[in-house]
Write a protein that binds this ligand. Structure first.
Ligand code: SF4
Ligand code: SF4
Length: 267
């Protein structure tokens, strides 16, 4: 089962809430996995930074050009429907984050001067003795749609049958579709009711298992618009202080909302 946490913007929000869900569920099911799609892991789950080990690597096939005298004018470049190829002088390069490894450029080259070669796009790190993982992207790589697909495939293959929490860095809304495809549950933190109404609501329309969280100070606006399913999350100085110290948040309302979401998740 996969539970994905996504948020419309950074700060104390979805990662904190998701880490508390993980913390509680991990006590009942100690095979649960935490997987950050970035190098950030909340202090509640890791106390120091120096206990990470390389666990695995993620590769992608991208074109590589031999030093050639081209026969044609940019055939490979124009054939790439993803705009992944660029040319500097007589040399061709690929923006690997835009490449989906389709091989069309290889196929169209009349001189057979292009090969698809494995390129490392990320390392998966594991926190010592814990089921906590994070992704570190290689230099020049970003969490593009195609890279996320490879990471998702890795998660599905390696952690098949496990309970996996995936923490998506805030923003990256263009990638939410891929996560929706992957998830059994989505925990979504939105701090703008207008965006929910105009855009996000439709994106998640067909998904039953979405928990919509919002800051408590705008919860009334969600209610006024008929979104009674929105779950208000309190923000206080004490909560911020607990989080910054890596403590489990002691606020009773916060705990109540965590328990509410946990009670709805069928494991
Ligand atoms: S493999 Fe496909 S996506 Fe990648 S650069 Fe070649 S044509 Fe473009
Ligand atoms: S398709 Fe082959 S020959 Fe044509 S520009 Fe690309 S690398 Fe050169």
């Amino acid at each position: 089962m996969i539970i994905v946490g996504i948020g419309s913007k950074g700060g104390i929000g979805i990662t904190t809430f998701l880490s508390h869900l993980y913390h509680d569920l991990h006590h009942k099911n100690n095979t649960a996995i935490w997987f950050s799609l970035s190098s950030y892991v909340p202090l509640l789950l890791q106390k120091t930074e120096n206990q990470w080990n390389n666990y695995n690597y993620i590769y992608k096939k991208v074109p590589s050009w031999k030093k050639i005298h081209c026969l044609c004018e940019n055939k490979c470049l124009t054939a790439c429907q993803y705009g992944a190829i660029t040319r500097y002088g007589n040399n061709y390069f690929v923006y690997s984050e835009l490449c989906n490894s389709c091989g069309t450029c290889v196929y169209v080259c009349p001189k057979k001067e292009i090969n698809l070669e494995n390129q490392q796009i990320a390392v998966v790190e594991k926190l010592n003795e814990h089921n906590i993982f994070r992704i570190k992207l290689s230099l020049n790589e970003i969490l593009s749609k195609f890279n996320l697909k490879l990471i998702s495939d890795f998660i599905l293959e390696i952690f098949s049958g496990r309970l996996v929490f995936i923490d998506m860095p805030s923003g990256n809304k263009e990638l939410w579709d891929e996560l929706v495809r992957l998830s059994d549950y989505i925990v979504l933190f939105i701090s703008d009711y207008n965006l929910w109404e105009i855009y996000y609501k439709n994106l998640f329309y067909n998904i039953k298992n979405v928990f919509l969280l919002c800051p408590d100070y705008i919860h009334n606006e969600f209610l006024k618009r008929g979104f009674s399913y929105a779950i208000p999350i309190p923000f206080t100085k004490k909560i911020s202080s607990d989080i910054l110290k890596g403590l489990y948040v002691s606020d009773e309302t916060y705990k109540k909302q965590i328990n509410f979401v946990l009670s709805k998740i069928q494991i």
